[in-house]
Design a protein around this ligand. Sequence first.
Ligand SMILES: Cc1ncc(COP(=O)(O)O)c(C=O)c1O
Length: 448
Amino acid sequence: MHIDQASIAELQAALAKYQQQHQQLVARKLNLDLTRGKPSTEQLNLSDKMQSILVGEHTDPNGVDLRNYGGIDGIASAKNLFGEILGLAEEDRSTRVLVGGNSSLSLMHYTLWFAYYLGLKPGDTSWAQQEKNNNSITRFICPCPGYDRHFSLCSQLGIEMIPVSLTGHGPDMDEVESLIKADPSIKGIWCVPRFSNPTGEVYSDETVTRIAKLGKMAGDNFFVLWDNAYAVHTLNNDAQSLASIDKIAKSLGTLDSIIQFGSTSKITFASAGIGYMASSEANIKGFIQHFGKASIGPDKSNQMRHVKLLKDLANVQQHMAKHAKIITPKFAAVKKSLEENIGGTGMGDWNNPNGGYFVSFNTRPGLAKKVISLAAEAGVKLTPAGATYPEGNDPQDTNIRIAPTYPELDDVEAAMAVLVNCVLLASIEQKLVSQTNNQVSVDLTNCT
Ligand SMILES: Cc1ncc(COP(=O)(O)O)c(C=O)c1O
């Protein structure tokens, strides 16, 4: 049944059926969680041998004592490994990569704070000072739907967020370029370029090149925050590759405007992985100067454990294939449930990602909050409606982020059965209300 072609009687019969199914699901008192993109226990187990991989070893290949203070930018072998993942040429990895502690989000947080209050590299005017000088505020472009924690970082500093839509191969670059050309108070853009959170899209080569050029048209101290969190997280052989923004920016002379981030949170252990970043040599030096006030050095033993387990990009890709084997059936279960229940009904659309951690589902306008609250009633937790937009404000109230990696396959299936029923119920209820309102207004028109 397509919702826009059904008669009122058909809609009423369908509503009764889905309401009854909803009550049966509520009675099951489920307790399922599709909220955050976390690796499952089985995925974490893949890296267990890392726990004992260093027994008796205290030094890195350069003789650095892993147990002692120092080495704020990380050990050389870790910079080489993560620089390779971020697409840097080998000769650039020792000077343009910083390998830190367990979280790339912290590195992003520090970057924003340094740029906002201090200026990232020597000679940069801080954004706060620019606000005073120009009597303006700092603005950021936020491709949407996007990662809620990026938006929280901006929100915390009072940075105004400008949503820009995603096209399926990256942000709408015509809009991004015209915004940046017109407004020097735009100081950055968030990008999750491969298997974007939550849309799963991969930025096209043309998009990457246009983004690498933004530094030439933007105001002072503009940064592309290139969060390549899912750089190697492919689910299948159809996964699109991503051009190296580092190589393109290097050839264009715009490296100062590109800051890349990544981590092994979803490669090894989410709480004990390694976060890393890469940029121009000057930016990395500036970051180190500021960051050196907050820390005397990272956990180098954990960096060495990662180097020993992961070795190089080719080996990381093999390791990620094992992750894919575990989570592909869960993504397939989501796809099957959506296709079988919502496909062809006009009640929603979604992406089928070739990598990453999420499926992005769009309800008919005005229904995401309703669907999420119905699902909660039936014991299925979903990421709050609006979370994928700045300040939690999804203007159309349509986007729902589905995170299927953590629960067991049976639980993903059970949660999807609830979700699709809530989508059907809410969509038909909304349609009937609008049909009934139309009829009332037609009746009233006839009366006058
Ligand atoms: C796009 C993106 N960036 C960063 C993170 C968090 O990274 P980390 O664990 O390295 O702090 C996540 C986690 O879900 C993410 O989706």
